[in-house]
Design a protein around this ligand. Structure first.
Ligand SMILES: Nc1ncnc2c1ncn2[C@@H]1O[C@H](COP(=O)(O)OP(=O)(O)OP(=O)(O)O)[C@@H](O)[C@H]1O
Ligand SMILES: [Mg+2]
Length: 481
């Protein structure tokens, strides 16, 4: 009970600090339904009431829907706080704004009239706004525009076709041929799925072995001969079949088809060969098959099972598949990675920006400016000085870099050496709710930023009360009595 009480006291203290310490940076870590967004909106109003200019405040969130809700909540609270006819009531909970004064009412009214000067939107629209104000520094055309995912994919596809036709040189065309042959039939799908991922993660290093050419048939000649001889023998002698599992029965059923596919040239049928090899992976033969046909089976089939009473080829085939997959991966990554700078250039020429480009180009622009003394950062800071970020766990790690540069007193080219000005940063998030981890928004970077905020003079606050769960709320109430 005493621990619960102290948690509640801590929670109350955090909420009160959020609405009263305007010159402190905070990193608020809290669970779902703990009132994170409520506290962020309360802080915005507290800032307004403390005399901060509304057009210097930027509230950033991750989705358009959340940004809309934000706007509505902020507007509602400003109406409530500016209208003298609305009676202030003490609800008795921490983090509630104090009774308005005449001065705070006037400030809220002014903010309400100028609410559209306050930036409330997604991180993408924020980056886009700053980039469009400084296109030449960002090295993008002044009429750049964001294009949607579908359009972007169609654009990638067009360039892919042009690469295959040789429009971007023979070297890349040759690489595209190897890529195509190792992904035969599915090459468009592979490119459409994997390439956008590479584009969106081009600030991260992806590890792969670079493979530019591969004589597939020569590389797998020995395996090809061995596998074919073994499958032929098995096919000719159905009496060798060992009673087994559903999978092994299925493997026997698929044997003839698999044999036909595997006997074709691998270099031109790579993906279908791999699929068919998988089908026969679970074949089981009687133990004595080796006595009779060991010459053709011996390399591939080995005694298996606890009592070694049947023969299986699973291990041999798994190893072969692993080699084939790593060749396919290496070639595919080499090809797509070579396409990245080229397609980036093409996008820039057209003035197309993806959501990720926004973040990347803005980060690059700020980094470069920090290297050159930071005059642009200071200029931007003059206009946008207070950054309140909701759902921080869901955003790309580049976002943290951007706000550390933008809020920095003395911008340092190394973003984590930047010291945010007191009161300029307010970050809210719940690491447990991260849904975009695959896009690079990982918990590690969330925790990194938390410790950076502490190191640079900010404070980490925790909110532990939950206002959505009835039981927990009830528990809280009881604990408070
Ligand atoms: N101090 C409070 N006392 C009572 N109810 C509150 C308090 N703060 C927030 N609430 C209520 O709790 C609910 C959740 O609030 P809010 O949306 O701010 O939480 P959140 O932590 O941002 O949620 P999510 O994790 O979904 O983003 C809302 O209905 C809100 O009105
Ligand atoms: Mg919220």
């Amino acid at each position: 009970m005493s621990e619960q009480l102290s948690n509640i006291e801590l929670d109350a203290q955090s909420r009160n600090r959020i609405i009263s310490e305007m010159d402190k940076n905070f990193f608020v870590e809290a669970g779902a339904g703990s009132g994170k967004t409520t506290m962020l909106v309360n802080r915005m109003v507290a800032m307004v009431e403390a005399g901060i200019d509304i057009n210097k405040i930027c509230a950033i969130t991750f989705t358009k829907a959340a940004a809309g809700e934000f706007y509505a909540r902020f507007q509602r609270l400003l109406i409530e706080r500016s209208n003298p006819d609305i009676q202030w009531k003490d609800h008795g909970f921490a983090g509630q704004l104090p009774e308005p004064t005449e001065e705070s009412r006037a400030r809220c009214l002014n903010a309400l009239q100028n609410i559209d000067l306050c930036f409330m939107g997604t991180i993408d629209s924020f980056c886009y706004m700053i980039l469009s104000e400084h296109p030449s520094e960002a090295k993008i055309p002044s009429d750049s525009m964001i294009i949607e995912e579908d359009e972007l994919k169609a654009f990638y596809h067009q360039i892919y076709i042009r690469i295959s036709e040789g429009d971007y040189g023979k070297e890349l065309q040759d690489l595209s041929k190897v890529f195509r042959s190792l992904n035969n039939l599915g090459e468009h799908d592979v490119f459409q799925t994997a390439f956008p991922f590479l584009m969106e993660n081009r600030n991260a290093k992806v590890h792969f072995q670079e493979i530019r050419t591969a004589d597939v048939d020569a590389l797998f000649e020995e395996d090809w001969n061995q596998l074919l001889a073994a499958l032929r023998t098995v096919m000719d002698h159905p009496e060798l079949a060992a009673a087994g599992t559903k999978e092994s029965v299925k493997a026997w059923e698929d044997l003839a088809d698999a044999y036909r596919a595997v006997s074709r040239t691998w270099s031109t049928n790579y993906a279908s060969v791999m699929n068919n090899i998988k089908k026969v992976k679970h074949l089981r033969l009687k133990e004595d098959a080796l006595d009779q046909y060991g010459v053709s089976l011996g390399e591939i089939f080995v005694k298996t099972g606890k009592r070694k009473v049947w023969l299986a080829c699973e291990e041999w085939i798994s190893e072969l598949l692993e080699q084939m997959q790593s060749l396919q991966y290496g070639v595919s990554m080499t090809f797509m990675n070579a396409c990245v700078p080229l397609i980036e250039e093409e996008l820039k020429k057209k003035g197309y920006l993806s959501f990720f480009d926004d973040l990347l180009y803005l980060r690059d622009m700020l980094k470069k400016d920090a290297e050159e003394g930071g005059s642009l950062i200071r200029y931007i800071y003059d206009r946008h000085s207070y950054f309140l970020i909701d759902e921080f766990q869901d955003t790309d790690p580049l976002q943290a870099q951007i706000f550390f540069y933008l809020s920095s007193e003395n911008p340092d080219p190394v973003w984590y050496e930047c010291k945010p000005k007191p009161g300029s940063l307010f970050i809210v998030g719940d690491p447990k709710q991260s849904i975009y981890r695959f896009k690079g928004a990982d918990v590690a970077s969330f925790l990194n930023v938390r410790s950076l905020m502490e190191k640079t003079g900010g404070a980490v606050l925790k909110l532990c009360c939950n206002f959505r769960s009835r039981t927990r709320c009830w528990n809280t109430l009881i604990a408070c009595l």
